[in-house]
Design a protein around this ligand. Structure first.
Ligand SMILES: [Zn+2]
Length: 440
């Protein structure tokens, strides 16, 4: 699948990546017993287009050209938008070939069957109530033998199941074309009457029905077989016989920086986060929150890297952070341990004039090589050395106890520093000074 995340022309209001991961997890769970799993090809494709973001029946004629523009061939193209013509989603199939599935951000979450339902259509399945899309019969009298669409009406006892309704004999009769709640047995409260006068209720567990999403959880064996043959005949280039990636391993304490419960100094509110690779992961969701339970987050972002710089963390309360690794197919919630830190904003300090001949060497320094710091001090002081990158993000910090006279220290960042220019800030009660160092 190619996941297109659509925002406004200004690049606002994208659906959050963690919601997409939750929804893809649910999609694969609902398709597991049908022996079909979906995986993401390449990164999410972010699109800024207000027309696609919210379109109705009037503006829809301009939408297919956008599918042509953005679709990636050989994949199922999924578009997450705010308003797909007032629906929870649709599968656009001009001439019987899908150009894309469009899903509403509001209807996308980790439990609903919305995505699975549209994917069922994509893989050729009709509704279980096929034929009744345009009308609702009077349930107090026997249904006609054919719907206005000309579809033979399925009998409650299934005697004509191979030709009537959706044509599957393991999906029972269903005439409910509006959204409906299932009861505690998973069937419809509305009783319907078939052409012979027999009453029946609809099966809400079927994803291709219009039962509300809490009950819809399965495809029937015949529906699954139909999807498999459609995949083989029509979508041969779309699938792989084996999984494109391995299951995620268990995620231990992979968080590296900021260290747990440290006070992080930042000169411009930017914080550098860094973690270790998780087994079989190809992407990471970073979550930063002021709540230990992550009930709300102040930042969420996705990267293929094992580090990220986050801006505008302005609170003096402790921040909590964790990582959710994922790969193209295994996206269900798996979190790292949680760590916390606080931020100490330092600005406007006077120049520290009690240090002289401050020198960093070697300079340039190679990645992984220790950086040595040397200076002469006028007095015994407690200082802090803070190494920041050009974004102002702190990549290393350590405390220095100076003595009068010559002082020399080894600075050993606990991560390999990428090539680039860095600034070492030395800060104390009386002020701060900085020196440039190049990693090359
Ligand atoms: Zn449908």
């Amino acid at each position: 699948m190619t996941i297109h995340v659509v925002g406004t022309d200004e690049g606002k209001d994208y659906l959050n990546g963690n919601v997409i991961l939750d929804a893809l997890c649910a999609l694969n769970q609902k398709f597991a017993h049908a022996n079909i799993q979906f995986f993401i090809k390449d990164d999410f494709n972010y699109i800024n287009n207000s027309l696609l973001f919210a379109h109705d029946k009037v503006t829809f004629p301009k939408v297919p050209a956008l599918f042509s523009k953005y679709n990636v061939s050989g994949t199922v193209n999924i578009y997450f938008v705010r308003d797909p013509m007032g629906a929870c989603g649709y599968n656009y199939m001009p001439g019987g070939k899908s150009m894309g599935i469009v899903l509403s951000n509001d209807c996308t979450n980790g439990k609903d069957a919305n995505w699975a339902h549209e994917m069922g259509h994509y893989l050729s399945l009709p509704h279980t109530f096929y034929g009744w899309e345009m009308e609702t019969p009077n349930f107090a009298q026997p249904a006609p033998h054919a719907t206005k669409m000309g579809v033979e009406v399925e009998m409650a006892d299934g005697q004509n199941c191979a030709f009537a309704g959706d044509g599957f004999c393991d999906t029972p009769a269903d005439y409910l074309a509006g959204r409906w709640y299932c009861d505690d047995k998973g069937i419809s409260i509305t009783k319907q009457m078939d052409p012979s006068g027999a009453y029946f209720c609809s099966d809400g567990s079927l994803i291709m029905s219009y039962s509300l999403d809490e009950c819809a959880e399965r495809f029937s064996p015949n529906q699954a077989a139909a999807m498999h043959s459609y995949l083989g005949e029509e979508l041969a280039g779309h699938f792989m016989d084996s999984a494109p990636c391995a299951q995620l391993g268990s995620v231990g304490d992979i968080l590296k920086f900021p260290g747990n419960k440290v006070v992080v100094n930042t000169l411009n509110r930017k914080i550098f986060f860094n973690w270790e690779k998780a087994p079989n992961a190809s992407g990471y969701l970073l979550e930063v929150s002021l709540l230990a339970n992550f009930g709300t987050t102040v930042y969420r972002g996705i990267t293929r890297d094992t580090s990220m710089v986050v801006d505008n963390l302005t609170s003096s309360r402790p921040y909590y952070w964790r990582i959710r690794p994922f790969n193209a197919m295994y996206v269900c919630k798996t979190y790292s341990a949680v760590r916390s830190f606080t931020i100490n904003q330092t600005t406007g300090l006077p120049v520290l004039n009690t240090l002289h001949e401050v020198e960093l060497f070697p300079n340039p320094v190679h990645p992984g090589e220790d950086i040595r710091l040397r200076f002469e001090a006028d007095e015994n002081m407690k200082l802090q050395a803070v190494l920041v990158n050009t974004l102002g993000a702190v990549v290393h910090q350590q405390n220095l106890q100076t003595n009068i006279g010559n002082n020399e220290y080894q600075l050993r960042p606990n991560q390999l520093l990428p090539f680039g220019v860095y600034w070492l800030w030395i800060k104390g009660d009386k002020g701060a000074l900085s020196r440039k160092i190049v990693v090359h």
